[in-house]
Design a protein. Structure first.
Lengths: 251, 225
């Protein structure tokens, strides 16, 4: 972003990131930076590597080469044990809102922070209730996931990822598994939660959301970033043929 | 039914039932522990471990229970071990239950959706904690019906003890029949085996009721209301 040039270091800086499964190279040298408080939306057709990229940023996929600087420290290639600490600062929400079915909502929210010793039990419950209130689900605190709609489950999953007060939130196609009617409620929550300065990286096909809530769109194709710019530019004057045809198919 | 004969031998049958119960409870408890450990290890993606467990499980599952019992009882001295009939029965049933149970547990763990482990990881939960608090509780619910079937079969198999000389229910029945034939003439086989049939049936019924209760208790939490 123009205004943050040279003033602050990027919170996340990915350089020459490669990821290969055997012969198949999924990420072919990714370079990108995310500034503090920036909301980035990654778009691209399926198979472009966008999900793999976001999963690499949370250590769920190992990288083949390259670096990921988070607050100046290289986190690519960290052992699993070290990733566990990093993940407290980088929250992640998945497509399939995988809440733990045998815990109720409060249990889902408080288990990790309490077990990992980040929060005390009462502190965790207090924070959970505040966040649930914010996503309109305070009354569901003792419900089990199976008793919630898909949209409600995904809202709880978002809150769960935010319990540790991460510096960055990663959303991997958070609305792809939802019915059309509930997509809106989840996007509204994301908009609300990221509006006050939460750094976020979102993989989504929702152009409406990207248009309104992204500071920058990153467009990926075949394991590379081929466009990166503010939404008004990306949606009105895409630079590449691939992006133009992608936009034609995703109205 | 010759109820008089059964009543006369009530204490004898009770003691025999006690042996059957000891065999059942001990081998069930031990095989649950073994199947939990082996079944979990079998899901760890390390080739060598998987191959070793696979081999053990197939070896034991591929052999009839009677053969394995005789092998344990009569073969043990060759390995410098000496089992009493009761011990041999418990050991062979434990091996059988452990091997079959390991397969059930492995299937149950694999049936828990992969993304459960991923979301646990993404929350920074330690691997062993993920297994203990996230994966296993869900696997237990999934395997309960199949595992109950296994326990049922273990209960029935306690009667194999008779073949190596444990005076469990079957053996006690045989003894009572032989004695009655010798002292009174005529065979009370129908009465005695009918009695044993009812005893096993009631035991099975009780166990199934317990399993249903357990399932309901674990299930309410996750069921859609």
């Amino acid at each position: 972003m123009a205004e943050s040039d040279s003033v602050t270091d990027p919170i996340l800086k990915v350089s020459a990131l490669y990821k290969a499964y055997g012969e198949h190279v999924v990420l072919q040298g990714i370079d990108f930076e995310v500034a503090e408080n920036e909301r980035v939306v990654i778009m691209g057709s399926s198979g472009s590597g966008k999900s793999t990229l976001i999963r690499c940023l949370n250590g769920l996929e190992t990288t083949t080469s390259g670096s990921i600087l988070f607050k100046g420290n290289d986190i690519a290639g960290l052992p699993e044990r070290a990733w566990r600490r990093v993940r407290r600062s980088i929250g992640m929400v998945f497509q399939d809102y995988s809440l733990f079915p045998h815990f109720n909502v409060l249990g889902n929210l408080t288990f990790a922070p309490v077990r990992e010793g980040v929060l005390g039990k009462s502190e965790a419950v207090e924070r959970a209730m505040v966040l649930l209130d914010r996503v309109g689900l305070r009354h569901k605190a003792t419900a089990y996931p199976a008793q919630l709609s898909g949209g409600q489950q995904q809202r709880v999953a978002i809150v769960r990822a935010m319990m540790m007060q991460p510096n960055i939130m990663l959303f991997d196609e958070p609305t792809s598994a939802l019915d059309a009617e509930t997509v809106g409620e989840v996007l509204a929550i994301m908009r609300d939660l990221t509006a006050d300065g939460m750094t976020s990286i979102t993989v989504t096909h929702e152009t409406g959301f990207a248009r309104q809530c992204a500071d920058r769109i990153v467009y990926m194709d075949d394991g590379r970033i081929i466009e990166s710019g503010p939404p008004e530019v990306f949606f009105t004057a895409p630079q590449t043929e691939r992006a133009r045809s992608f936009l034609k198919n995703h109205k | 039914m010759n109820l008089g004969l059964i009543a006369e031998n009530a204490n004898f049958f009770l003691k025999a039932g006690g042996y059957a119960l000891v065999i059942f409870i001990t081998s069930t408890a031990a095989s649950i522990a073994i199947s939990a450990i082996l079944g979990t290890l079998a899901t760890v993606r390390i080739r060598v471990i998987q191959a070793v467990i696979r081999g053990m499980v197939e070896l034991i599952r591929g052999v009839p229970q009677v053969i394995s019992l005789f092998f344990v009882y009569f073969g043990a001295p060759a390995f410098g071990l000496q089992f009493t009939p009761l011990q041999a029965t418990i050991v062979s049933l434990t091996l059988w239950g452990g091997a079959n149970g390991a397969e059930v547990v492995r299937g149950g763990i694999n049936a828990v959706p992969r993304h459960q482990l991923e979301s646990a990881r993404s929350l920074g939960i330690a691997p062993l904690d993920s297994l203990r608090f996230v994966i296993l509780p869900q696997a237990v619910r999934l395997v309960l019906p199949a595992y109950a079937g296994l326990c049922n079969m273990l209960m029935h198999s306690t009667s194999l003890g008779a073949l190596v000389g444990v005076t469990e229910l079957l053996k006690s029945g045989q003894i009572v029949i032989e004695r009655a034939e010798y002292f009174h003439g005529g065979s009370p086989g129908l009465s005695i085996y009918g009695f044993l049939l009812v005893v096993y049936f009631l035991a099975g019924l009780t166990m199934n009721a317990a399993v249903v209760r357990l399932e309901r208790r674990l299930g309410t939490a996750t069921r859609r209301s």
